[in-house]
Design a protein around this ligand. Structure first.
Ligand SMILES: Cc1cc2nc3c(=O)[nH]c(=O)nc-3n(C[C@H](O)[C@H](O)[C@H](O)COP(=O)(O)OP(=O)(O)OC[C@H]3O[C@@H](n4cnc5c(N)ncnc54)[C@H](O)[C@@H]3O)c2cc1C
Length: 413
């Protein structure tokens, strides 16, 4: 079998893989990215958080993203039984970007991959990683790849960044996966020509999360795009979704019809794209790194879509891993747990506590409460904007305890 070598091999050219590739190219490293699909390809995860802009900027991709004409985003709106509340991400506790974009991921991911290529990364589309044998002499790995014509070859790689998303190649090969502590949930989603006129009072600069009128653990997203289109989806436990029969589009339409404000908002929508369903996406792993490899983005942990944290975590992981590799290549001893695993998990755990509180209903009690202290709202706004690693924010430092205390206060007043 043909054998090549690479300094760093990245599996997957999603946001985690492309940003990591660009950051490593900036350090002068030789980077080979193996991507199973041809781009542009569909992907879910369309509402970005402002914190992600910092990493796109670091990777030298910001200008291309800004110039691409994606829908501007400045916050998140929530709706429950006719009550509306929203957060403006420019009004937040943490320093940093307060705005971002809502993106069709086919275009966004393609753009990031092209930017990584411009910076000298080699991306092989329609090549699939089949196997990774870690622990070769010198801490190297032997990666088996299938070409589009079915032929296989091997790459002798100095370091592996697994950015394979839900492909989760190394967690599966190394049996690192641990069951998620969330119930099994799924999503049914589509894109529509939304037909939402200006009089609907709909803020296209914000994602809207609408809670089902009868079930606080069932919610819908509407993510406006530029050009009068919207991403629309529902998230619920699989047992709930299974009650609805028919095609994914029919099932989504039936569930949307149960929420009066959403049904009204979308009354003129053209459902021109068949809906899709994805289930059981939440995943945990024992560890986010090991000898000769690190797990980036969804290849590591994936929580839940409710706070749109996935791409931000993916690009943050790319930035942390690239920084650790810079030191490693400079000959420094890198403690991957202290420099990568622990700092990455800190933000993931902040979001995890928010997600748990959301599904228990506590976070909904907090945000829909009619008397809210502006300073506390600014702290919550910062986390919703993705600043889940900012330890000056008490809701990052002690997330679960603070949320529980705030919920209790809201219930008393
Ligand atoms: C229902 C739902 C809604 C979501 N909404 C949001 C949202 O609004 N905002 C947000 O930020 N996040 C959202 N997310 C999360 C978001 O989709 C992910 O967190 C994000 O795409 C992770 O990026 P990544 O680069 O880690 O992986 P991906 O974007 O999944 O990229 C992985 C790449 O690896 C490739 N690959 C896989 N296996 C192999 C292999 N063996 N060989 C070669 N290549 C391979 C794949 O083809 C893919 O291109 C949502 C997730 C779900 C399930």
């Amino acid at each position: 079998m043909q054998l090549e070598s690479a300094e760093i091999l990245i599996v997957g050219a999603g946001p985690a893989g492309s940003v990591a590739a660009a950051l490593l190219r900036k350090q002068g490293r030789q980077v080979l990215v193996i991507e199973r699909e041809a781009f542009p390809r569909f992907s879910i995860g369309e509402s970005l958080l402002p914190q992600s802009m910092q990493y796109l900027e670091e990777a030298g991709m910001l200008r291309a993203v800004v110039e691409a004409g994606f829908q501007y985003k400045n916050g998140a709106a929530f709706m429950k039984n006719g009550v509306y509340t929203d957060f403006d991400f420019r009004d937040k506790h943490s320093e940093g970007w307060g705005t971002t974009y809502q993106v069709q991921r086919a275009d966004f991911d393609h753009l990031l991959a092209k930017e990584a290529e411009k910076q000298g990364a080699e991306i092989r589309f329609r090549h699939e990683v089949l196997d990774i044998a870690l622990g070769q002499p010198g801490g190297r790995s032997l990666v088996t790849v299938k070409r589009p014509d079915g032929e296989q070859y091997q790459v002798d790689a100095g370091f592996i960044l697994d950015a394979s998303g839900f492909g989760r190649i190394l967690p599966r090969l190394l049996k690192l996966e641990t069951p998620s502590n969330f119930p099994v949930r799924g999503a049914i989603f589509t894109h529509v020509a939304d037909g939402i006129g200006p009089r609907a009072g709909f803020d296209r600069n914000k994602i809207r999360v609408t809670v089902h009128p009868k079930h606080c653990n069932v919610w819908f997203w509407t993510i406006p795009f530029a050009g009068g289109r919207c991403s629309l989806g529902v998230v619920a436990e699989t047992a709930f979704l299974e009650q609805y029969k028919g095609s994914p589009t029919e099932r989504l339409q039936m569930i949307v019809a149960e929420e009066p404000s959403l049904a009204e908002l979308l009354k003129d929508a053209t459902w021109d794209t068949p809906a899709r369903q994805i289930v059981g996406y939440s995943a945990n792993v024992d560890k986010l790194w090991g000898e000769g490899y690190a797990l980036l983005g969804n290849a590591g942990e994936f929580l839940d879509p409710v706070f749109s944290s996935g791409v931000t975590i993916a690009v943050r992981s790319a930035s942390l891993a690239a920084a650790a590799l810079k030191r490693q290549f400079a000959g420094e001893a890198v403690d991957w747990q202290a420099d990568y695993g622990t700092p990455l998990r800190r933000g993931v755990d902040t979001f995890r506590a928010f997600v748990e509180s959301w599904y228990r209903g506590g976070f909904q009690t907090i945000i829909f409460h009619d008397r809210q202290q502006p300073e506390i709202r600014r702290m919550i706004s910062a986390i919703l904007a993705g600043y889940a690693w900012d330890l000056t924010n008490p809701y990052v430092k002690e997330t679960a305890r603070r949320l529980a205390a705030l919920e209790a206060t809201c219930e008393l007043t």
